[in-house]
Design a protein around this ligand. Structure first.
Ligand SMILES: [Zn+2]
Length: 164
C-alpha cells in the first residue's frame, strides 16, 4: 500500500494507482472523465494544472506493445479526443508522455500554457520542474480552475457523442 495526497488535499491509499482508479476503488478529484472499454481518461490526481489529463489502461500492463488492437485503438481515440477538447480550452500545444518504468500503463497528456514557456521553456525536459512548481504554488483559485477544466473536457466528450 502507498499513500499520496491528491491536489485537493485528500489522502489516496492504493496498491496500484492505475488499477485502483480504473476500478473505481480510488476516488480522485473530478472523477473519471471518460469510461472506455479498455482505458479511461481522468485528470492527474496529484498535479494541479488545468487540463493535465491521464489515460489509464484498464489492464495492468506496462507497455503499449502489450495491448491488443482494440485496446490500442481506443487509447489513441481517447488521446485524440482529449487533445481536441484541450484545444477548445485554449491549450495551443500538448505533450504526450508514456514511461515503461511505471508498472501500469498510463499516458500523460500535458497541456502547454504561455506561463510555462515563459518561466521554464518548452518540452519534456521541463515537465518535472513545471509540475513541482504547480504543486507548490496552487491556491484555491487554481484548484477550482482544474476542476472546471475537468468538467469542460467531460462536456466535450458528451457533446461529441464519445461514450465508453
Ligand atoms: Zn495496475
Amino acid at each position: 500500500m502507498r499513500t499520496e495526497t491528491d491536489f485537493m488535499g485528500n489522502e489516496m491509499t492504493f496498491d496500484c494507482m492505475g488499477c485502483d482508479i480504473t476500478s473505481g476503488k480510488l476516488a480522485i478529484p473530478g472523477g473519471i472523465i471518460y469510461q472506455g472499454t479498455s482505458a479511461i481518461l481522468a485528470a492527474d490526481p496529484e498535479v494541479p494544472i488545468p487540463g493535465f489529463l491521464v489515460i489509464n489502461a484498464r489492464r495492468h500492463v506496462r507497455s503499449l506493445s502489450e495491448l491488443d488492437d482494440a485496446e490500442r485503438h481506443e487509447v489513441i481515440d481517447i488521446a485524440v479526443a482529449a487533445e481536441k477538447a484541450l484545444k477548445t480550452l485554449g491549450v495551443s500545444e500538448v505533450t504526450l508522455v508514456q514511461e515503461e518504468r511505471s508498472s501500469h500503463l498510463h499516458i500523460w497528456i500535458f497541456p502547454n500554457y504561455d506561463w510555462m514557456t515563459q518561466q521554464f521553456g518548452k518540452g519534456v525536459s521541463y515537465l518535472r520542474d513545471i509540475m513541482q512548481y504547480a504543486e507548490e504554488h496552487a491556491d484555491d483559485a487554481t484548484r477550482q480552475e482544474v476542476l472546471s477544466a475537468i468538467e469542460k473536457v467531460r462536456a466535450y466528450f458528451e457533446e461529441h457523442g464519445i461514450n465508453g
